[in-house]
Design a protein around this ligand. Structure first.
Ligand SMILES: [Zn+2]
Length: 117
């Protein structure tokens, strides 16, 4: 069984938590023309990492608050827990954050025409 440390409630069994998917994935900007391909990429393409992964978790049966976790998907070891409004502070967390190809949304990668001038 996985034990997760909620930043507000402490260590609890994983049954009390809800997995929220990969952390730091930005929803595509609706103010730009978004193709079906790009939106389906956002919805359905998931990183299937063997190793370190930044994830969102919610303490569903406790304080009901969301937080981020750096977890090793091979060993289930949780290396860091941090607020959803922040980025990881550990060395491994920062490296994992920088490696994530989905960290920036399509809109951030594609500058708007008036900004490109
Ligand atoms: Zn909690």
């Amino acid at each position: 069984m996985l034990h997760i440390e909620c930043p507000w409630c402490g260590f609890r069994d994983d049954a009390e938590f809800h997995y929220g998917g990969e952390a730091h994935i930005t929803r595509p900007d609706p103010s730009i023309t978004l193709t079906d391909e790009k939106f389906s990429e956002y919805l359905f393409l998931k990183t299937n990492t063997k190793g370190l992964l930044l994830e969102r978790w919610c303490h569903r049966s406790g304080c009901r608050r969301w937080f981020n976790v750096l977890r090793n998907t091979i060993t289930n070891e949780i290396l860091e827990v941090y607020p959803v409004t922040e980025t990881p502070s550990s060395k491994q967390g920062k490296e994992t954050y920088e490696k994530n190809w989905r960290r920036e949304s399509y809109s951030k990668k594609t500058p708007k025409t008036d900004e490109a001038k």
